[in-house]
Structure formats: structure tokens, C-alpha cells
Design a protein around this ligand. Structure first.
Ligand code: UT7
Length: 343
């Protein structure tokens, strides 16, 4: 059975920087830089321009990951796309990315499977676990795993929506998971979910149990009320569960490999709130130089946080061959996951 390792990483964020002060001055939200910074650690985020979707953000991230792996796009056997902000209800973003990559064109067209993952902040780790299993089983040699989000289009950028709107930003991160006979790669992963909290952090938009599933006016034009249109979140409940679950799943994955936290060289935590991660860090006694963050610059990019962090850490030289990496995520669902990787 081959090992599954991350052969290449890449990321892309849109150029437009939106600071906490911009949320106040440009969007008229009743907030302050101090409130957002103190509660979350966020200083700015990136917003994509109108006309840009999640597959557009994913394209340069994926091209970089494929090039950094020393591969051509035709070498891919599968695409796994994790997002909670797909272009449309269906199909998912995976097929749009496949087309944009040019995989469907010309005499060498390669119609690889494109799988969409709907696990929000844990989506990348659900995708990584799936890719690892595909590679280890021998079904695929190179799987592209992408996390990409265009949150800015679907945030209630008014004072009414400030508790959610001030947290999220746009971006994309990608990795290629490849087969190898070398003694390295994804060693263990654990995933979990607790559907009792499905509505605690959700964006419903419609209710398929209703007829019609979106209310229509006399002309047949759909009308969505603000409670359905925008994401809702019980922030304190999410925070409490995030801390508990992230801690527990990290321990589970360490136990699976019979290692302790001290054996880990780099911790790559999901970027929902700097305070969540600082709490974990303090509780587990992790020194600052073993943790990477980017929430200060990008906000919460949901499925993209971990692959962006990996790509940035590789680019800066912070993440090098031979290091032991722990990735941990928690989010809407609730869903969570952890992976241990020998880089
Ligand atoms: O990826 C996973 C998803 N999300 C998370 O992991 C988020 C986890 N939760 C959190 O990070 C925190 O709960 C938040 C940062 C979202 C909120 O912090 P909090 O201390 O739980 O605040 P709160 O929601 O209890 O709100 C406290 C007050 C409220 O005002 P009142 O009712 O006390 O007058 C809010 O309306 O802060 C107000 N508030 C704001 N004020 C200024 C909420 N958002 C803002 C804002 N600016 N952006």
C-alpha cells in the first residue's frame, strides 16, 4: 500500500483588502476596530470583486499546487472541492474548477471525477482524509484537494449582521495528495460530527420541506426573508464546542500515532478566532514558534484556512521536509477533524 503525502501546495486571495475600519466607514456597520480585534484577532480580510466565484479563486491556488508538485494538470486523477460558498445550488464548484483548469478540452481531455465536500470549516480535512484513502487504496495517484470561499457575496454587511459579517473573508488554498513509497505523508486522521447542533451555525436560504421552497410573489419572483438569507450563529456556543472538540480530536489523532504534543513541529489550526487557538495553545503548552496564523490578515476563510496556512508556511520556509504537522478544524454542523502529517 503506498503512502499518501502532500506533494504540492498553493493559495490565492483576492487583492481587495477590507480593514475593520472599512466595515465601519464603507459599509456603515456599527462596529469598531478594537471590538473585532479584541474578540477575534482579525485586522483585515480580503473581498473578491463581483463576477468572481469560488472556482475562480481556486484556479490559481490549484495551478500553483500542481506546479509545486512538479506535475501537469493532466496528471490529476481526481478533484475534491470543499466550500460552503459554491457558485450555485448545483452543480458544485468542483466541475467548474475542472473546466477552468482545461481538463475537459482538447485531445488529451481527462474527465476525472470531481467531488464536492459540504463540511464547512472542516471541509478541507474531510477532503484530505478522502484523498488519502483514495491514494492509499491505489484508486488514485494524484488528488487535488481545494478549499475555497467567496463569503463576501453572502454576508449581511449591515449592523444587523455584524456578529457574522465581521468574521469572514474570501480566499482559496489547494494541495495535491500523491502516492509515494517513501516513509512520509498523512499518518492518521480523525473526523467527527454532531448533528444536534446543525442549526447553531447555518445559512438556510430556503426550506425544501416547504411548497414552494422559496416564497414567491404574484409574478413568481422568489423572496427570501433576512432570517433565511443570511447566516446565523450562536457564537458563544460555537466557541465553547470548538475549544472542546479541537482539543479532543487532536488528542485522538496523537493517541492513534502514539505521540504527544511535544513531538509535533507545527500546529495548523483552523482560523475561526485567534482566541480559540490561543486558548488551545496555552492549555496544551505549545510555544509560539510552533503555531502559524493568518486570521489577522484574512479573517475566517472557512474551508480555505488550513490549505492557505500550509501553502504560506511552505513558501516562507517555516514548513520543511521531515517536520511533523498537526492540522485541526471545527465548524458548522458541528463537524471537526484532525490530521497528522509527516511532511
Ligand atoms: O469557523 C467556525 C465558526 N465560528 C466561530 O468559531 C466563532 C466562535 N465564536 C466567536 O468567535 C465569538 O462568539 C464572537 C467573536 C463571534 C462574538 O463574541 P462574543 O463575546 O460571543 O459576543 P456576543 O455575540 O455575545 O455579542 C456581545 C455583544 C452584543 O451586543 P449586546 O447584545 O451585548 O448589546 C453584540 O450585538 O457584541 C455585539 N457585537 C458587536 N459589536 C461590535 C457582535 N458583533 C459585533 C461587532 N462589533 N462586529
Amino acid at each position: 500500500m503506498p503512502n499518501a503525502y502532500i506533494s504540492g501546495t498553493g493559495f490565492h486571495v483576492p487583492p481587495r483588502v477590507v480593514t475593520n475600519e472599512d466595515l465601519r466607514s464603507q459599509y456603515g456597520i456599527d462596529t469598531t476596530h478594537e471590538w473585532i480585534l479584541q474578540r477575534t484577532g482579525i485586522e483585515s480580510r480580503r473581498f473578491a470583486d463581483e463576477g468572481v466565484g469560488s472556482a475562480d479563486l481556486a484556479l490559481p491556488a490549484s495551478e500553483a499546487a500542481i506546479a509545486n508538485a512538479g506535475l501537469r494538470k493532466e496528471d490529476l486523477d481526481m478533484i475534491i472541492f470543499a466550500t460552503l460558498s459554491p457558485e450555485h445550488c448545483f452543480p458544485g464548484s468542483g466541475v467548474y474548477l475542472q473546466h477552468k483548469l482545461g481538463l475537459c478540452d482538447g485531445p488529451d481531455a481527462k474527465f476525472v471525477p470531481a467531488l464536492d465536500v459540504r463540511n464547512q470549516c472542516s471541509g478541507f480535512l474531510y477532503g484530505l482524509a478522502t484523498a488519502t484513502s483514495m491514494v492509499k487504496s491505489g484508486a488514485s495517484r494524484h488528488v487535488l484537494v481545494v478549499g475555497a470561499e467567496t463569503h463576501s457575496a453572502a454576508l449581511d454587511l449591515t449592523t444587523r449582521g455584524r456578529n457574522v459579517a465581521s468574521l469572514f473573508g474570501d480566499g482559496a488554498g489547494a494541495v495535491v495528495v500523491s502516492a509515494t513509497d517513501e516513509d512520509r505523508g498523512v499518518r492518521a486522521w480523525r473526523l467527527g460530527a454532531d448533528g444536534r447542533f446543525a442549526d447553531t451555525l447555518s445559512q438556510r436560504v430556503w426550506d425544501i420541506k416547504k411548497r414552494p421552497f422559496i416564497t414567491q410573489d404574484a409574478n413568481g419572483v422568489g423572496q427570501v426573508s433576512p432570517e433565511m438569507m443570511w447566516a446565523r450563529m450562536d457564537g458563544k456556543l460555537v466557541f465553547k464546542n470548538a475549544v472542546e472538540r479541537m482539543m479532543r480530536v487532536l488528542m485522538e489523532v496523537c493517541l492513534a500515532e502514539s505521540i504527544s504534543g511535544q513531538d509535533i513541529d507545527l500546529f495548523v489550526f483552523h482560523q475561526a478566532n485567534l482566541r480559540i487557538n490561543q486558548y488551545l495553545q496555552q492549555h496544551l503548552g505549545i510555544p509560539d514558534d510552533k503555531v502559524v496564523h493568518n486570521i489577522q490578515r484574512y479573517g475566517n476563510t472557512t474551508a480555505a484556512t488550513i490549505p492557505i496556512l500550509l501553502a504560506e508556511a511552505v513558501e516562507s520556509g517555516k514548513l520543511r521536509r521531515g517536520m511533523k504537522v498537526a492540522c485541526v478544524a471545527f465548524g458548522s454542523g458541528f463537524t471537526w477533524g484532525a490530521a497528522l502529517i509527516d511532511w
